[in-house]
Design a protein around this ligand. Sequence first.
Ligand SMILES: [Zn+2]
Length: 140
Amino acid sequence: MANWFTGTGEDFRLLGTRCSDCASVFFPREDVHCRNPGCAGGALVEVPLSPHGRVWSYTDGRYRPPSPYVSDPELPWRPYTLIAVELPAERIVVLGQAVPGVTVTDLTVGMDVRAVPGVLYEDAETTWTTWHWRPVEVRT
Ligand SMILES: [Zn+2]
C-alpha cells in the first residue's frame, strides 16, 4: 500500500496518477503506462484525489467468503461494508470499506462520503493503514 494515500485527519487524500497527455486519472495508481487505449501514453504524474465522492454502489460482507478466498478460519470474521464511490472530478470509481459501524442500512446511492484513514490490520508492533469511506451525514 506504499504511496496509495497521504496526510492525516482532514488532510488525508488518496493518491492516484494522471496522464499528462489525455488527463485520465488512475486509482489504484498506474505508474507504468497510461491505460487509455486511445492515448499514445504520456508521463504519469501523482495527484491527490478529491476527498469527497458519491456512493455509486455498496454491498456487505456479512459472511466469510467461501474457498478459494483466503481467510484465516481461526480468526473471527468481522463483517464489513464495501462501497464503490464515484469521484465526479476524476470520473473514476474507487472501492473501499466503510468506516467500522456503518452498515448498508446507513447508505443510499448518491450519498456524499469522504475518504478517511482506517486500520487495515494491526499487531503488537505495527499498524497497517488503509482508507475507509465515511458518510458525511450518517442517518440515525
Ligand atoms: Zn493517457
